[in-house]
Design a protein around this ligand. Structure first.
Ligand code: MN
Length: 426
């Protein structure tokens, strides 16, 4: 199913009056505060977030999985789903594939389909956290960190194969997340596991094309519960430095222990030019993979404050790769992703409202109260009319979820694909 521009604009007509009223009110206020509303809207319109192929079906937990009807069961259908998201939000202009779940059979056809839907191929993701059918070696006790050389080699070869697939699709980055670690004290030698991981990553890095980046993701626990080899941003940063200029740290919001100051990590990495990518999700306890902004929207805003600051002041840091990394158990995955995109854009827009020079003056005057006022004035502004205007400008929906529902998209997908279609993945 494809959504046509005319369908979106027909629904928009019903909501245009309300939008214009709220937009004019806000634009007037922001204009008086000296904010260039047009350039802010352009920044929002330019901001694109990659959708991972694995978020399009219903996710599961270790207790089971409840299928969501009309799921995409092929790579083509996954592209179509991201196309639906993009046509409504104009913010989801890229897809991130997971290998081996999404190996194309016909590269040319897949590329043509992506172009016709206005989508690019973002980072490709390798998978050495589960065993593949017919693979001679098992990753039960680790992959790139494994003490067994032939297991490490199998994992290195897999990553190189992922690079080859990505090259054929026009992707420009590889994300490596490892489940490697230990569940019991004494199970592994920390130093040898780190060294093995470093040497393995260097082997993969040798095959990285000149114009590619390698993102090294970290996570403190799960599926291993005593230690993980790449447990935190510092370890990832060490490894990225060892590999070279094209290797970066990737921050996943859910991969931190409770109350970690993630915005400070972002600031440090950008200052060092080493923040490569960002995975959005939200959590209450651990790596909960909940909808972005559903639990801690203020923390997300504070992170965006540092991202905006870094994008404006740290030319040594490349433009980060943005991706949603979430898994939805009980909501329609497409609705959930639209909520995530909205929350990301909202946090970004609010961060753009912060008057950085006023904040700097207040910081230097040690006026703590004013510093907080400046941040919270921006945070408390309802920026949704700006997001709506950015979408209108690019042919998206004023209200993506309402439009999705009024076009009965899920019903049409079920009709097309059947009730029990199943998305490949975990
Ligand atoms: Mn992630």
């Amino acid at each position: 199913m494809e959504i046509k521009k005319e369908q979106v604009s027909t629904v928009n007509q019903k909501n245009i009056e309300a939008h214009e009223g709220s937009f004019d009110f806000l634009a007037n206020r922001l204009g008086k505060e000296g904010i260039d509303v047009e350039s802010l809207i352009q920044k929002l319109a330019n901001f694109q977030v990659a959708i991972p192929s694995w978020a399009l079906g219903a996710g599961g937990t270790r207790f089971g999985r409840f299928s969501f009807y009309g799921e995409p069961s092929s790579l083509e259908q996954k592209l179509d789903d991201v196309g639906i998201l993009h046509s409504l939000t104009q913010t989801a202009g890229a897809i991130s594939l997971h290998i081996p779940w999404d190996i194309p059979t016909d590269y040319r056809a897949i590329k043509e389909r992506a172009v016709s839907l206005g989508l690019k191929f973002d980072a490709v993701n390798s998978n050495t956290f589960q065993d593949q059918k017919k693979a001679p070696e098992s990753y039960r006790f680790g992959s790139l960190a494994n003490s067994n050389e032939s297991i490490r080699q199998q994992a290195i070869d897999h990553n190189i194969e992922v690079l080859e697939i990505g090259k054929k699709l026009g992707s420009k980055s590889l994300t490596v997340w490892l489940a490697d670690g230990s569940s019991f004290p004494g199970q592994t030698n920390f130093q040898r596991a780190f060294t093995n991981t470093m040497e393995s990553l260097k082997e993969i890095y040798k095959d990285l094309p000149e114009d590619w980046k390698m993102f090294i993701e970290y996570k403190p626990y799960e599926p291993n519960f005593y230690s993980t080899v790449i447990q935190d941003w510092g370890t990832s940063h060490l490894l990225a430095n060892e590999c070279g200029d094209k290797a970066y740290t990737l921050v996943d919001l859910g991969h931190h222990l409770p109350n970690t100051n993630i915005e400070q990590i972002v600031a440090t990495l950008m200052m060092r030019g080493k923040l490569g990518g960002f995975h959005f999700n939200d959590s209450k306890y651990g790596d909960d993979d909940l909808t972005v902004g559903s639990i801690k929207p203020y923390a997300l805003f504070l992170i965006f404050n540092e991202l905006v600051y870094g994008m404006e002041n740290n030319s040594q840091n490349p433009y980060p790769a943005w991706m949603i990394d979430a898994s939805h158990n009980i909501k329609d995955p497409l609705e959930d992703l639209m909520q995530s995109l909205e929350a990301i854009q909202e946090a970004y827009a609010k961060a753009l409202l912060i008057n950085q020079s006023e904040l700097k003056d207040a910081q230097e005057a040690h006026d703590v109260t004013l510093c907080q006022e400046i941040l919270q004035n921006a945070y408390r502004t309802d920026v949704r009319p700006l997001l709506q205007r950015a979408r209108l400008k690019t042919g998206g929906a004023i209200d993506p979820i309402k439009t999705y529902r009024s076009l009965a998209v899920r019903k049409n997908l079920i009709k097309e694909r059947g009730k029990h279609s199943f998305a490949t993945g975990l």
